[in-house]
Write a protein that binds this ligand. Structure first.
Ligand SMILES: [Fe+2]
Length: 378
């Protein structure tokens, strides 16, 4: 015998053969359908729900812009031709807003002209499906957009992990506050002058940011000791490049990052550690970080000594060129400091900048009165 709720369900199903479009299912990624034609809206919603997506649908651009903050969809299927605000304009507005700048958007349109497709991509759409669409094609495009989004999320996660690790080191060693962030910027500036491409520059910036992450494994008492370290303490301290290499190995950026973390204390003449590499045996990224690390350490206060003036720090670098430092890199750093100063200068053309600017403390500031430096980063 049918109960009252059964009868209500049956009656509802009869009245709404395609299900209720505004009643989202409770699992799967959420897709916002923006389409002014009711029959298309219902069809798209049904296709999506059959595939295990949740769907919310609206009939125009204004409603879409209101629905996004409310429902936080994972993807938007956006009709191009709609009254008042068309799909291109909705897409442009989504791209302008930092909260929706990377939200996957697939445009759906009856217009098949190449100019229309180009206009859609120019507006910031991830993909373009023409009406009438084939269901398997539409679903394949949706899966592809989700894969792209996941890849971006993984990259964002890697940035967050790198920032968290860098902050962990600085928290343990407060005298080096912002040291790693300053270094990342200065290393990128020198790397640019050395002609590195974007990918290598990114590796150098991450390498600089994380070069001392192995200090997580060094006792705080050694890091904050006001006097010189004993021989035993020095042995422990000198293990930090290898510890850092082990910590960073699981990071996706590790191929460019690890050589910098491991070799940032090698010397041009082979007297450094941990491997005693000589000259160009040390990877270029590690030679850059070694140079800017020493410069930054010399021109900022440490528990065991006061900061040197910038000019004196630069003199020290020149004195150690060809011994501790790559003699071809030293003039690049000198020139960079002469032209643009030693203070933090943001480099806006590659991703780590955003990470660095938004890192702990909300920005990278030179310490007041720190117009200065000595050759010997810890
Ligand atoms: Fe170090």
């Amino acid at each position: 015998m049918r109960t009252l709720p059964d009868l209500r369900r049956a009656q509802y199903a009869e009245e709404h053969p395609l299900g209720h479009p505004l009643e989202p299912r409770r699992s799967g990624p959420l897709v916002l359908v923006v389409e002014d034609e009711a029959s298309n809206r219902l069809l798209l919603t049904r296709i999506l729900e059959r595939e295990g997506y949740r769907a919310v649908s609206v009939a125009d651009g204004d409603s879409a812009l209101r629905a996004i903050p409310e429902h936080d969809p994972d993807l938007v299927l956006l009709d191009v031709t709609m009254p008042r605000m068309d799909g291109y304009e909705v897409c442009r507005r989504l791209r302008k807003d930092s909260r929706t700048a990377t939200l996957p958007v697939i445009l759906i349109s009856g217009r098949t002209d190449l100019n229309d497709i180009v206009a859609g991509l120019d507006a910031g759409a991830d993909d373009f499906v023409t009406k009438p669409f084939q269901q398997p094609e539409l679903l394949a495009r949706i899966r592809s957009a989700f894969r792209l989004r996941q890849a971006i999320t993984r990259m964002e996660t890697a940035h967050t992990v790198a920032a968290a690790l860098a902050n962990a080191v600085e928290a343990k060693d407060p005298m080096t506050e912002h040291h790693c962030q300053r270094l990342a910027h200065l290393a990128a500036r020198v790397g640019t002058r050395a002609g590195l491409d974007t990918i290598d520059l990114e590796g150098v910036a991450y390498g600089a940011l994380l070069h001392d992450v192995g200090k997580i494994g060094v006792p705080e008492a050694f890091l904050n000791k006001p006097g010189p370290l004993t021989e035993e303490e020095q042995t422990v301290m000198r293990r930090h490049p290898e510890i850092g290499e082990r910590i960073c190995r699981p990071l996706e950026a590790s191929p460019t990052l690890l050589p910098i973390v491991r070799h940032h204390h090698e010397h041009w003449d082979g007297s450094g550690y941990p491997d005693g590499l000589r000259g160009e045996q040390t990877p270029l990224g590690a030679r850059i970080v070694s140079l800017v690390d020493a410069f930054d350490a010399m021109t900022h206060d440490r528990p065991y000594r006061a900061a040197l003036p910038v000019e004196q720090g630069l003199d020290e670098l020149v004195r150690h060129a060809g011994r501790q430092f790559d003699p071809d890199l030293v003039p690049l750093l000198l020139d960079e400091i002469e032209r643009r100063g030693a203070a933090f200068v943001p480099v806006t053309t590659f991703p780590p900048t955003a990470l660095l600017v938004h890192g702990r403390g909300g920005g990278v500031m030179e310490r007041p009165g720190s117009s200065s430096i000595r050759a010997g980063a810890a």
